[in-house]
Design a protein around this ligand. Structure first.
Ligand code: SF4
Ligand code: F3S
Length: 373
């Protein structure tokens, strides 16, 4: 008997017509099932969970979303707007009701502020806050103000009362570019600015919208945020290194490297490690999830990963075109003198190698050290 693809199999639950919100938005049942299947897979859930995901998405009881933008380049809003239109993902966010997103909403000024205040009051804490951009803390938060209030003040009020807060992009997660040395505004991520809240970090420059939607779907389905790693990132999206899933990995293992931009190796798609790729020390699902309707991602497009989903990557992963030291499988000896302290520390944090730590230690110790042992 011919096996049907997953999305063509009969749907195991029969949602009531009034719950089939996708139909009202002109999305076919097939596309909706495909979406539920993709989300379930993205969250690394078993296929048996598809009906539960679909049921949660069909529910009328949805929290509002308030999208706050602080110190950022608006890249995450851009990423959201660039998701292929019209997608089921957009519909999910639409149905979720993004009640306040000042960058894209029609209302402005006092009217926009009133909308936000009304949402907070009427929803009585039944809302999710999405934060884009870092929060400046120096000078009492004066470096980023909206409607006469500091970002710090707004974040404390809104995130402090929300069901959950989702920090999108590296700036909101860890401070990002505004926090790069010398960090003139005292920029930090949401978690540092407002400790103790229910928070998840989705770092990246920009956030991958698929990961954002999957996180919201998880919250709607299970009533809680997905499991995270030590840096507050969901394991379903940040549980593996770029290097572990990279399409150029066979070239790394075979010792085939790009030696100069545009050389034969570059044209043949060889490994970008020698050109500074930080994939061996970066956790993100870019090789699998990709960007731009799953068509492209940095390494696939011929540029090394710069480690944009890691905290402090502007400082710890630069120089971007200098190779990481002592990556397992490459077999090189490197010292902090040759490579740079930041990169050695990054490598040590990424794969915990003796060589990298020794290099760091050696650099810090005086030559005539009299330490015992
Ligand atoms: Fe891919 Fe970079 Fe690893 Fe090479 S070093 S396999 S390009 S992640
Ligand atoms: Fe960023 Fe590296 Fe992915 S630069 S987008 S984590 S491939």
């Amino acid at each position: 008997m011919k096996r049907l693809p997953e999305e063509e199999k009969p749907f195991p639950i029969d949602l009531q017509p009034e719950s089939r919100f996708w139909e009202k938005r002109g999305v076919s049942r097939r596309d909706f099932i495909k979406f539920c299947t993709a989300m379930t897979a993205a969250l690394s859930l078993p296929a048996a969970m598809i009906p539960r995901v679909a049921e949660a998405l069909g529910s009328d009881d949805r929290p509002s979303v308030i999208w706050l933008e602080f110190q950022s380049c608006t890249g995450d809003t851009e990423a959201l707007l660039r998701s292929s239109a019209p997608t089921v993902a957009e519909i999910i966010l639409d149905v979720l009701s993004i009640d306040y997103a000042e960058t894209i909403m029609a209302a402005a000024g006092v009217l926009a502020e009133e909308t936000r205040a009304k949402t907070v009051k009427e929803r009585g804490g039944k809302y999710i806050v999405v934060v884009e951009g870092s929060i400046p803390t120096r000078d009492n938060g004066a470096h980023c103000c909206i409607g006469g209030r500091s970002a710090l003040d707004i974040a404390r009020e809104l995130c402090g009362n929300a069901l959950a807060t989702i920090a999108v992009g590296t700036c909101a997660s860890y401070g990002g570019l505004p926090a790069a040395a010398p960090n003139p505004s005292g920029a930090v991520g949401v978690g540092e600015a407002v400790p103790g809240i229910t928070l998840i970090n989705l770092p990246g420059c920009p956030v991958n919208t698929d990961n954002l939607v999957a996180t919201i779907v998880h919250f709607l389905t299970f009533g809680r945020l997905p499991e995270t790693d030590g840096k507050g990132r969901p394991l379903f999206a940040y549980g593996k290194k770029i290097h572990d899933n990279c399409e150029r990995r066979p070239h790394f293992d075979a010792g085939q490297y790009v030696e100069a931009w545009g050389d034969q190796g570059h044209r043949k798609g060889h490994c970008l490690y020698k050109m500074g790729c930080k994939g061996p020390a970066t956790f993100h699902n870019c090789p699998v999830q990709k960007y731009n309707e799953k068509t492209a991602w940095p390494v696939g497009s011929g540029h090394g990963c710069v480690g944009c989903s890691e905290p402090s990557f502007w400082d710890s992963m630069s120089p971007f075109y200098r190779r990481l030291p002592a990556v397992p499988g490459f077999g090189i000896e490197a010292t902090a003198d040759k490579i740079g302290l930041g990169l050695v520390a990054t490598a040590a944090a990424g794969f915990g190698i003796h060589g990298a730590l020794n290099a760091l230690r050696k650099d810090k110790e005086p030559e005539d050290s009299t330490r015992e042992g």
